[in-house]
Design a binder for this molecule. Structure first.
Ligand code: MG
Length: 183
């Protein structure tokens, strides 16, 4: 009996791990090629805001990030920003990049991910989430059945609550390969 309950909890741990395991890990968004997305059959990208496309609490879109977004558009890959942030700054970043945004998303709640997919008129298996946090971006995307790409956070500055979540992420992060390593 003990071994049976033991294996059930191992199975649960494994399936949780599956939801927290990105399909790719890169240093920054520019490292995600349109070729890789095409290979996955991805037609739309759900993009995190803070520490993924701009350093936390800034509107500083780097030229490389802007060029990457334009590259996606040229490859006819849709883009939608999905953020738990709700400020005017968030909207101004999306406007700067000329892409739609869904704010106050309550990630990892699947509802907003589905709204973002609907905004791009694609199914979950045609979508990829790109973000810097396992418990919001990656988990939310995986829960709805999307591909998921983890990026390194653009800055070390962030909300104190986010810092706490990062601490919770540590055991899972430790199991993941470094950017550029294959799984
Ligand atoms: Mg983020």
């Amino acid at each position: 009996m003990r071994s049976r309950s033991g294996s059930a909890s191992t199975d649960r741990a494994r399936s949780l791990l599956r939801y927290l395991t990105p399909d790719a890990i890169v240093e920054r968004v520019e490292d995600i090629s349109t070729e890789l997305l095409a290979e996955w059959g991805v037609r739309g990208v759900v993009l995190d805001l803070d520490n993924t496309i701009v350093p936390w609490n800034t509107s500083d879109v780097a030229p490389g990030v802007r060029a990457w977004v334009i590259g996606l558009r040229d490859a006819r890959i849709g883009v939608c920003v999905l953020t738990n942030n709700y400020t005017r700054r968030a909207s101004s970043v999306a406007r700067l990049l000329d892409i739609p945004i869904i704010k106050a998303a309550f990630k990892p709640s699947p509802m907003a991910f589905r709204s973002a997919l609907a905004r791009m008129s694609i199914d979950a298996e045609e979508g990829a989430v790109v973000g810097d946090q396992l418990y919001t971006d990656i988990l939310g995307g995986k829960l709805v059945g999307m591909r998921a790409v983890l990026v390194n956070p653009l800055s070390t500055r962030e909300f104190v609550t986010t810092r706490f979540v990062r601490w919770l992420e540590r055991p899972f992060r430790a199991r993941l390969p470094k950017p550029g390593e294959s799984r």
